[in-house]
Design a protein around this ligand. Structure first.
Ligand SMILES: NC(=O)c1ccc[n+]([C@@H]2O[C@H](COP(=O)([O-])OP(=O)(O)OC[C@H]3O[C@@H](n4cnc5c(N)ncnc54)[C@H](OP(=O)(O)O)[C@@H]3O)[C@@H](O)[C@H]2O)c1
Length: 329
């Protein structure tokens, strides 16, 4: 649907809470430090017939500068990748890395304004942000998924009661119902759905996993996984070990890209839920992105750890070898 900007300007933080809206970002990231936001102009466009509102941040075209990207930008890809949970620890790194690769990205966030301090300002053709809560099927408007070719889902909440459960955002609601709702909303044309899950989901009744599962997180993650597996969509599930380094919340895009996995750059990938250990969030993010392009990872479930040593970085051939070797680990 073509939309024309209207003249009204509003403060970005005084936007009415709509079920879904999209932020077009076309400003330089240097202007997007939190202290600059109060003066940040944005135009509110006419409402969709269903009452949803599209929001466009507008700045002069000549101020637009792509961020300096450590990973080195490459030629535009034909993919449009939707990242669900892009404000989280792994999700932030996925988004930053997609942008660095010049891959058109779309974010589905409960609070779209979180994208601004995290990822700076991006061209509207590079990054769109939509507001939705995966627990609410009615938030998952088909317009969000139009043209999306791949999805990386990194949503989650804490295993034990915490502030992050506020408003009933529990493992049952996020890791089971949220995943089910998302899968049901996705177009059948999707080329790949990558889900970040957890090691131990098949052993939630056994010690020590039963302790982690006291409030059901592993059980509900397994239910989410099973729904993905039975959906008929081409999928890859990446079960992470205990996550280390980050989240890098409140950093801007360039800082995110400079995040390092420290000494733990070597990657171990297994299958059959036998792997136990830790994994750098950077490694998980990279595994999700690499899996999108490796045909034989379709329909597969992998566990992932990272250990001290040299890793595959972003070399596709090295990742192919690691995924290939998974069955023996
Ligand atoms: N922590 C570990 O050691 C560990 C180990 C294995 C696997 N995992 C799993 O790995 C994944 C990534 O972990 P992480 O630490 O990067 O996650 P995280 O920092 O907790 O981020 C979770 C993301 O999910 C989003 N989210 C939560 N509830 C949502 C909802 N109802 N609708 C839409 N989005 C929602 C959050 O958005 P908001 O910004 O709106 O909250 C955030 O973007 C998670 O599934 C986690 O359970 C974690």
């Amino acid at each position: 649907m073509a939309l024309n900007p209207c003249s009204s300007s509003v403060h970005p933080f005084s936007l009415p809470t709509e079920k879904a809206y999209k932020i077009y970002q076309i400003c330089p990231s240097s202007l997007l430090q939190p202290s600059n936001l109060p003066g940040f102009p944005c135009s509110v466009l006419p409402r969709f017939p269903n009452g949803r509102r599209l929001v466009a941040f507008s700045m002069k075209e000549e101020q637009t500068q792509p961020p300096v990207l450590e990973a080195g930008a490459c030629s535009p890809s034909s993919k449009t990748v939707l990242v669900v949970g892009g404000s989280g620890g792994v999700g932030q790194l996925v988004v930053a890395s997609l942008l660095a690769r010049n891959i058109k990205s779309r974010l589905l966030l409960r609070d779209p304004l979180k994208a601004i301090p995290l990822f700076g300002v991006q061209d509207k053709n590079k990054l769109e942000v939509w507001k939705a809560d995966t627990r609410n099927p009615s938030d998952l408007d088909p317009a969000i998924f139009e043209g999306v070719t791949h999805v990386i889902c990194c949503t989650g909440t804490t295993a034990f009661p915490s502030k992050r459960w506020d408003g009933d955002n529990t493992p049952e609601r996020v890791d089971w119902e949220g995943i089910r709702n998302l899968i049901l909303a996705l177009p059948s044309t999707l080329e790949r759905f990558v889900l970040v899950s957890s090691v131990g989901v098949t052993k939630f009744n056994e010690l020590p996993w039963s302790i982690m599962n006291l409030f059901g997180v592993l059980k509900f993650k397994k239910m989410g996984e099973d729904f993905v597996r039975n959906s008929g969509l081409p999928f890859t599930i990446i079960r992470a070990g205990r996550l280390t380094d980050g989240p890098y919340t409140s950093y801007d895009l360039n800082t995110l890209l400079q995040a390092t996995a420290g000494e733990r750059r070597a990657v171990v990938i297994g299958q059959g839920d036998k792997l136990v250990g830790e994994v750098s969030r950077l490694v998980v993010a990279e595994a999700c992105i690499q899996a999108l392009d490796i045909d034989f990872t379709q329909g597969q479930i992998y566990e992932i750890n990272s250990i001290e040593g040299e890793g595959p970085g972003s070399d596709p051939e090295k990742w192919k070898e690691l995924f290939k070797a998974a069955a023996v680990n």
